[in-house]
Design a protein around this ligand. Structure first.
Ligand code: GLN
Length: 212
């Protein structure tokens, strides 16, 4: 089984570990650089992005995280995790750093104070199975996505109609919402699939090297 880590500095780690196990992955908590190098994929959970970045600094993890994503490690960020995978932020402290990798501009706490937390059906286009019931908690959205970014999900109806809340770029996935808190496993299934494909590609490349 693919080994998938959940960055366990702060946030809803346990729920992601359970959702990943549901999908047949071996799920482990990651707090140290030695643990990061041992995983085939990484989930960056929701929580408070400023706190997670501070702790990543303190644990000597921020640079290793950046390097891992640069080298193609599949990563999935939910809510604060979306903020952490974004290349550019809006409504964030000017010195707020990210891991980066996703060519998107993400607005923090985008849904406004009046909507601290809410649930809504979103259009999860192309993934099959119809609309997805999404839980948003002081959630960001993707204000702008670069050309290489696939939009996977948008809000339907209300003031935020059409806003981008799920994206994929290569091995990186991000959602504004928290699929680990609902029974809908499509996002985790997609991510585990990305990790499996990369492992298969790497195994193929190694076999090719041995033959050549
Ligand atoms: N508002 C939080 C942040 O900026 C994200 C909230 C969440 O992850 N549920 O980090």
């Amino acid at each position: 089984a693919p080994v998938i880590g959940v960055l366990a500095l702060q946030g809803d780690v346990r729920e992601h570990l359970a959702a990943l196990r549901d999908q047949g992955a071996e799920a482990v908590a990651v707090r140290r650089p030695e643990e990061l190098v041992a995983v085939d994929g990484l989930v960056v959970p929701g929580g408070e992005s400023t706190t997670i970045v501070k702790l990543a600094h303190r644990f000597g993890l921020l640079e290793p995280l950046r390097a891992a994503v640069r080298d193609g490690l599949p990563a999935y960020g939910s809510c604060a995790g979306m903020i952490l995978l974004a290349d550019r932020l809006l409504d964030a402290p000017p010195d707020q750093e990210t891991i980066g990798g996703l060519d998107v501009t993400v607005r923090r706490n985008a849904f406004g104070r009046q909507a601290d937390s809410f649930e809504s059906e979103i259009d999860f286009g192309g993934r099959g199975g119809g609309p997805l019931h999404a839980v948003f908690i002081r959630a960001p959205w993707v204000e702008e996505a670069g050309e290489g970014v696939d939009v996977l999900g948008r809000v339907v109806g209300g003031e935020a109609d059409g806003r981008i809340v799920a994206v994929r770029q290569g091995n990186l996935v991000a959602t504004s919402f928290h699929p680990e808190l609902t029974g809908d496993r499509r996002v985790h299934a997609l991510f585990v699939d990305i990790v499996r494909r990369r492992l298969a590609e790497q195994a193929g490349a190694e076999a090719g090297n041995e033959r050549g």
